[in-house]
Ligand binder design. Structure first.
Ligand code: GRF
Length: 208
C-alpha cells in the first residue's frame, strides 16, 4: 500500500481527483495518509476533512523565520511516514532538506507542457497568461518528480490540451485542469503505487 501525503495551498481540485480516484478504484494500492496546507483558509483542508483524511496546516505566519517553518513542514511530513509526497497546487518553495530526504519520492503537477512556461514565477494563472501571450495552439499539464531545481525533475506523464479561440487565462486554466491535470495526476499515482515507474539517469520509464 503506497502511503501518500498531499501538500496543498488552495482549492484542492487535484486533491479531490486523488480522493475520488482512491475511492472509485482508479487509483489502487494507495492510501492518503495526510493533507498538509500552508494556508489555513485553503478549501483543500475542508475537502480532506470531508473525506475523513487527516489534515494539518503549517503556516509560515506561525514561525519566526523560514528555517523554523521548513523544520515544521518536514516534521508534519515525517510524522505521516509517507512513501510519496504529492504537491497538488502547493505554492511553497519546498525546503531542500525535504527534497534530499525524499529523492524521487516527491511528485508535482504543473499546468503546462514542461519545458514550456515553467520555472521561477510560473505558477497558477501566470502560466496560462504566458501561454496565451505567446499564442501557442497547444498547452497541457505535466506530472514530474521534484528535484532541487524549479520544474526540472524527471517527467512522469504529460497530456496536451488545445487552446481555443477566445480563451482567457481562466477558461484555459479550467480546461487544462479538467482535461489534463485531473487525469494524469491520479494516473501517475496509480502507476507509482503499482511499481510501474522507474527513474534512471533522470528519465522515467513506465513498464507494463
Ligand atoms: C493547478 O493548476 C496546479 O497545476 C497548480 O495549481 C493549481 C492548483 O489547483 N500548480 P487546485 O488547488 O488543485 O484546485
Amino acid at each position: 500500500m503506497l502511503k501518500i501525503a498531499v501538500c496543498v495551498s488552495g482549492g484542492g481540485t487535484n486533491l479531490q481527483a486523488l480522493i475520488d480516484g482512491v475511492q472509485n478504484g482508479l487509483i489502487t494500492n494507495t492510501r492518503i495518509v495526510r493533507v498538509i496546507s500552508n494556508n489555513r483558509n485553503a478549501y483543500a483542508l475542508e475537502r480532506a476533512k470531508q473525506a475523513g483524511v487527516d489534515a494539518v496546516c503549517v503556516s509560515p505566519r506561525d514561525y519566526d523565520d523560514r528555517g523554523q517553518f521548513n523544520q515544521a513542514l518536514l516534521k508534519a511530513v515525517d510524522e505521516a511516514e509517507p512513501d510519496l509526497i504529492v504537491l497538488a497546487g502547493f505554492l511553497v518553495v519546498v525546503p531542500p532538506e525535504l527534497i534530499r530526504k525524499y529523492e524521487n519520492r516527491i511528485v508535482n503537477i504543473h499546468p503546462s507542457l514542461i519545458p514550456s512556461f515553467c520555472g521561477t514565477g510560473y505558477y497558477g494563472l501566470k502560466v496560462h497568461e504566458a501561454a496565451l501571450a505567446r499564442g501557442v495552439k497547444v498547452t497541457g499539464a505535466t506530472v514530474h518528480f521534484v528535484d532541487e531545481g524549479t520544474d526540472t525533475g524527471p517527467i512522469i506523464m504529460q497530456k496536451p490540451v488545445a487552446v481555443q479561440e477566445g480563451d482567457t487565462p481562466e477558461t484555459l486554466q479550467r480546461r487544462v485542469m479538467e482535461e489534463a491535470e485531473w487525469v494524469i495526476l491520479p494516473e501517475s499515482i496509480h502507476l507509482i503505487a503499482n511499481g510501474r515507474v522507474q527513474v534512471t539517469d533522470g528519465h522515467v520509464k513506465i513498464s507494463g
